[in-house]
Design a protein around this ligand. Structure first.
Ligand SMILES: Nc1ncnc2c1ncn2[C@@H]1O[C@H](COP(=O)(O)OP(=O)(O)OP(=O)(O)O)[C@@H](O)[C@H]1O
Ligand SMILES: [Mg+2]
Length: 441
């Protein structure tokens, strides 16, 4: 196999040499240049597996080079070398699409880890596989899948927002699976589930005898995630003192177990999620702004299921297949009226609620077919005020046809009711009335 090739961009000969020696010891060939103009000329050849660039260069700054590479579609991972403690530049670089950053003075152990991570990225044209799949063909989900694939290639902290049950953890797992750390562990932590007095020990570990009950050395979650990903779920629940400690660990990339005299280096990518509005918590002082800024370098929003009603049928079929596999039974069919009923429902509990509804429907259904009456939704949103009188099969069928038509028109018109009504040949008032009768509001 050919040796990988790296480009070093720095105007200081000493640093160029230090980087070249480090890379060569890792069996990587290098080219070096001292300014952005020369770097662009080299990168146009597209033969590089890695690029390391200084920030301040004679003809511009490293961020310009990162931006230019993104614009040219050059997917070579690029890491920027920042001045010590310059968090702001590091964050800007990551937002622009840099793979990672490293600060001066260069720590060679960290540098080697960064390089190894970059070379572990799947090749540009390879289709990396994830163990989990985010299903859906709606534009919002397609966009989300593209963004996941993009952010998976970097080391940037990603904050995932979205209502309960929308798939935030699934997104975090995909980012891990599709990136350079796929071979490492994915460690999910529910920040709301750890009692605050145990938190420090859970996160950073402890030494034997450091407190009553510490009968042995215990590694923390950061050490368990070494070389992999730590997923801080429900991060809004972290108490303020813990937020301070977490910020330090993220900035310094070291942890100190309780009772230890030494800091241990850690190489962990941080992903986080919450269904709460972190910005609002920052505004009221319940969440530290500096930590928010650090974990929220890239924000991904997972849309609620009602914003992708067109995906409900597809999701339902996959969920039924999975549940049948788990129960060792045949896959039930989903009748058109059942699909229409699901497609018109608002799903306050999102995909998880859909899973629960289908689990119950499978238990209720007879003869391997799920009908509308097997679909029991929690809240009364799917039925308008007053009972719907037609209990006859024909009535049900007519309703489901209507619901489907309205749903399609709404989707085609981005939920603009006026436009949807026009498409259906109805007045806006008539559409509203119909939707209310069908329980679609
Ligand atoms: N697009 C999707 N395709 C397939 N399965 C999905 C999709 N979205 C969510 N799921 C499934 O729905 C369930 C809930 O997803 P997940 O646990 O990731 O949600 P969450 O946003 O983390 O919820 P919470 O806020 O309640 O923790 C999981 O079983 C997940 O596999
Ligand atoms: Mg979750």
């Amino acid at each position: 196999m050919a040796r990988p090739l790296a480009l070093i961009v720095d105007d200081e000969p000493d640093i160029r040499e230090l980087l070249a020696i480090t890379l060569q010891r890792m069996d990587i060939d290098t080219r070096a240049c001292g300014d952005i103009g020369a770097a662009k000329a080299q990168l146009r050849g597209r033969g590089f597996q890695l690029c390391l660039t200084d920030m301040r260069l004679p003809d511009g700054d490293g961020l310009d080079l990162v931006d230019w590479m993104q614009a040219q579609g050059i997917r070579t991972p690029v890491a920027v070398i920042t001045a010590h403690g310059n968090v702001e530049t590091a964050v800007r670089a990551l937002k622009s699409g840099a793979f990672d950053f490293i600060s001066k003075p260069l720590d060679l152990a960290n540098l080697r880890k960064l390089i190894a991570n970059a070379l572990r990225l799947p090749a540009n044209d390879a289709q990396p596989a994830s163990r989990v799949r985010l299903l859906g063909e709606s534009p919002a989900i397609q966009r989300l899948r593209e963004m996941i694939a993009r952010v998976a290639r970097s080391q940037a902290p990603v904050h995932i927002t979205g209502e309960s049950g929308t798939g935030k953890e699934l997104v975090a797992r995909m980012i891990h699976d599709l990136g350079a750390r796929a071979e490492g562990s994915f460690v999910p932590v529910n920040c709301g589930a750890i009692p605050s007095e145990l938190m420090e020990s859970e996160f950073f570990g402890h030494r034997r005898g450091s407190f009553t009950g510490a009968v042995g050395d215990k590694p923390g979650l950061f050490q368990s995630a070494e070389g992999g990903t730590l997923f801080l779920d429900e991060i809004a629940e972290l108490p303020l003192p813990m937020q301070v400690k977490l910020l330090r660990v993220i900035q310094e990339k070291t942890v100190r177990p309780i009772g230890d005299t030494q800091e241990l280096p850690v190489d962990v990518r941080i992903l986080s999620a919450t269904h709460k509005d972190l910005r609002a918590l920052v505004a009221t002082g319940q969440f530290r702004e500096d930590l928010f800024y650090r974990i929220n370098v890239i924000e991904l929003r997972v849309p609620p299921l009602r914003e992708r009603a067109g995906d409900v049928a597809l999701l339902a079929r996959h969920i039924l297949e999975r549940q049948s596999r788990e129960h060792g039974t045949g896959v039930p069919e989903l009748g058109p009226a059942a699909i229409a009923k699901l497609s018109g429902y608002a799903f306050p509990g999102n995909v998880r609620e859909l899973e629960n509804i289908l689990e119950r429907a499978m238990a209720l259904s007879a003869g391997g077919r799920i009908e509308a009456e097997d679909i029991q939704t929690q809240s009364p949103v799917e039925r308008g005020p007053g009972p719907v009188d037609e209990a006859s099969a024909l009535g049900e069928q007519l309703q489901s046809v209507q619901r489907e038509a309205i749903q399609k028109a709404l989707e085609a018109n981005r939920y603009n009711k006026t436009a949807a009504a026009r498409q259906l040949g109805l007045t806006l008032r008539a559409l509203r009335y119909r939707m209310q009768k069908l329980g679609m509001e």
